[in-house]
Write a protein that binds this ligand. Structure first.
Ligand code: SF4
Length: 137
């Protein structure tokens, strides 16, 4: 999550592109599943991401589907919608079933709010999951 873009302005985006491309190539050679987000491995894309120029991202999307397929469970059993919204407690698997939490009032409200925002919250552009594509491996 990018909070202050100034912290990242000095990054060598060409070097990042080169290093991630190398990792991808090595994974392919070894038949290891490789994925990284944002998906497009390009210095301009990384620069747009780390400096919060989300409109310039090659991988720009218009909605997040994660709240319909995913929740996060912490080691204490606490459940949240995603890593960004760890301050939205949905319940605890030590006290309720996953199904109760998944279909619970707070999770349904969260989905409704996301829909109401047009599919994304303002912070979503800086979330790596946002760039995941459910239709591609
Ligand atoms: S894009 Fe937004 S709603 Fe989706 S996982 Fe990231 S922060 Fe959560």
């Amino acid at each position: 999550m990018i909070d202050d873009a100034r912290k990242f302005e000095m990054m060598d985006f060409k070097a990042i592109e080169s290093q991630i491309s190398w990792v991808e190539k090595e994974c392919k050679k070894r038949d290891i599943y490789f994925v990284c987000y944002p998906k497009t491995i390009a210095s301009d894309n990384y620069k747009a991401y780390f400096t919060k120029q989300y409109e310039d991202l090659t991988d720009k999307r218009d909605k997040c589907f994660f709240p319909w397929i995913y929740m996060e469970v912490a080691s204490n059993g606490g459940v949240t919608p995603c890593h960004t919204f760890y301050d939205v407690p949905l319940g605890n698997v030590n006290e309720q079933s996953v199904s109760e939490i998944w279909n619970g009032r707070v999770m349904r409200n969260f989905r409704q709010k996301l829909r109401g925002e047009g599919g994304l919250f303002p912070i979503c552009g800086s979330c790596a999951r946002y760039y995941a594509d459910p239709n591609k491996r």
